[in-house]
Design a protein. Structure first.
Length: 557
């Protein structure tokens, strides 16, 4: 008997035999549901036989037969009612378990998120893509199949989504494009490092989404629930359908604050802060100004994360302030990094190590934050040594800057578009999906092994734009545009100086400027000027407007 757990209180199985009821009882189940009509198969025991054996084992049984391939709304409602009435845990079965998993999925619509339902059933071995519209529709059959339709649909109105829309229109102004984005506000997230250092007013990093959607682009203000790539369809929450000829997926990355036990309850107070959230970056600066002595911890979770240098940027700027204020000698600074190196591109490590030594920072590699108690000023880390052995380490703090674990959004991870690791599965050079030829992706959500930064999206947008238009026969260029993995990380090592790390696939340095202007291996005032004064207007007025300075794509040979 192969029982597939879907939740702690519910599991499914293929056809069971009366003799297996004892084993089912020993496994802790208290009730069973039979979803297979009697007589469906020649070798199938009747429900009466199953019920009699179940009663002998003290199990409650319920008969809810459903014809294969014909799960009705009434069936789903009856199943949900049975689940609410029966003692837990419940085991439901049919010929293969698929009907039972389908009934559970439909019964949970409105009680659980669609990604959670899809993830749980997928983990148990059941594909619910055939009923995804019904789940999105509250578990009910979709009566109106009327769908919106656009030639190009872009999922996501962040840096990548708006930049690629603008790049497309810069090449063909008559395109039929829609952007699906539920948020009203668009943020310039690279600026939050400087908000946390008291350099930027946080209000300068936000604008109304409506002001940035390119003219002529349809804004569909909704959240995506699922994808049906075989039907060229995107399913929105509430079960609206958007059809496309070409799909560009760029919804960004998920910050999983809940993955650190106790973190959501203490963020923004008790000395716990993060520059990874708009409303928290000002608290970082408040803490830095007030902090006079004690223990300051800065954390970095496992890769990949957006802007891998941001965790230590906050640390260096804080230390620089404390040094100039004459307080650093009274502050114990520790960098707890889940990874094994200070920075993933070795060429830039020597310059960073100079500042680590200047500020007296203790480097603790292999330390992954797992839990925090803000009022108790205590954090717990899982430490993994070079041999792979792990142990839990408790650390006290007076101030802690936390970076949350990160992943692809849930609706991406459970979709047919995802790689085994959960990211949109693309060719790293053309950014075209490996399985669905009319789908492209860019930004933090896609699988290419590049740094997840706004600078990367700036270079990716014209690559995707050209390849989409070539694919549609609207651009005469015979060769695909290619992305070289470019990413940039302006490492703010002190107020007024930056190490401008620019690199591509394999850690290859890709500096944009001659060394006489900006030497990328050394801290530079020119690089700080670029970060503080030049890049924000480049972002707002160029990148999001289809003006591609230093971003023209190369093409395949």
């Amino acid at each position: 008997m192969d029982v597939k757990r879907i939740t702690d209180d519910f599991a499914v199985a293929a056809q069971i035999a009366p003799a297996e009821l004892a084993e089912i009882a020993v496994a802790g189940f208290r009730a069973i549901i039979d979803n297979r009509p009697d007589g469906e198969g020649a070798d199938q025991p009747s429900f009466a036989e199953i019920a009699a054996a179940a009663k002998q084992q003290g199990l409650v049984s319920r008969y809810l037969p459903v014809v294969s391939g014909k799960v009705s709304d009434a069936d789903a409602l009856a199943f949900g009612k049975a689940l609410s009435e029966l003692p837990k845990p419940v085991l439901a079965y049919c010929r293969t378990g698929t009907r039972s998993a389908t009934l559970w999925s439909l019964s949970q619509a409105g009680h659980r998120s669609l990604p959670d339902i899809l993830q749980r059933t997928k983990a148990a071995g059941y594909d619910m893509s055939g009923v995804v519209k019904r789940i999105a529709n509250g578990g009910r059959t979709v009566a109106d199949e009327t769908a919106l339709s656009h030639d190009i649909v872009i999922v996501g109105g962040g840096s990548a989504g708006i930049a690629v829309a603008a790049s497309l229109l810069a090449r063909r102004s008559d395109l039929d494009i829609a952007i699906i984005e539920p948020a009203d506000i668009h943020y310039y997230q690279p600026g939050w490092t400087l908000v946390g250092a008291g350099v930027f007013d946080p209000r300068l990093t936000r604008r109304d989404m409506a002001s940035l959607i390119p003219e002529g682009v349809k804004w569909i203000k909704a959240a995506v629930a699922a994808f049906e790539p075989a039907s060229n369809a995107v399913i929105l929450e509430g079960c609206r359908v958007v059809n496309y000829k070409r799909l560009i997926v760029a919804p960004g990355i998920k910050l999983n604050w809940d993955a650190v036990e106790g973190l959501p309850q203490t963020l923004g107070r008790n000395g716990v802060t993060s520059n990874y959230r708009y409303d928290l970056a000002p608290y970082t600066w408040e803490l830095v100004q007030q902090f006079a002595s004690g223990k300051a911890i800065f954390t970095q979770p496992p890769m990949p994360i957006k802007c891998a240098g941001a965790p230590q940027k906050a640390m260096y700027l804080s230390c620089d302030h404390w040094l100039k204020a004459g307080r650093l000698g009274s502050i114990d600074v520790e960098f707890c990094n889940a990874g094994a190196v200070l920075f993933g591109v070795p060429d830039y490590v020597p310059a960073l190590m100079d500042y680590v030594k200047r500020y007296g920072i203790a480097l603790s590699f292999g330390h992954n934050l797992k839990a925090i108690d803000g009022p108790a000023k205590t954090a717990w880390f899982t430490h993994t040594d070079a041999d792979g052995h792990t142990r839990t380490i408790e650390k006290r703090f007076d101030m802690i800057h936390v970076v949350p674990p990160q992943s692809a959004p849930d609706f991406i991870r459970v979709s047919p578009l995802a790689s085994p690791a959960g990211w949109v599965d693309v060719d790293q050079y053309t950014l075209r999906h490996k399985s669905f030829g009319n789908i492209y992706s860019l930004g933090d959500v896609m699988s290419a092994p590049n740094a997840k930064t706004a600078a990367a999206a700036r270079k990716q947008a014209p690559v995707v734009a050209e390849n989409v238009l070539i694919d549609m026969g609207l651009l005469s260029e015979p060769r695909n545009a290619v992305y070289d993995g470019y990413g940039s990380c302006p490492l703010t090592v002190e107020k007024g100086k930056i190490v401008l790390a620019e690199f591509g696939y394999g850690g290859k340095r890709l500096p944009s400027f001659p060394t006489w202007l900006i030497d990328d291996l050394k801290p530079s005032r020119a690089a700080w000027f670029l970060k503080e004064r030049v890049l924000p207007p480049v972002y707002w007025r160029a990148m999001l407007r289809g003006r591609e300075y230093l971003a023209k794509p190369a093409h395949q040979n």
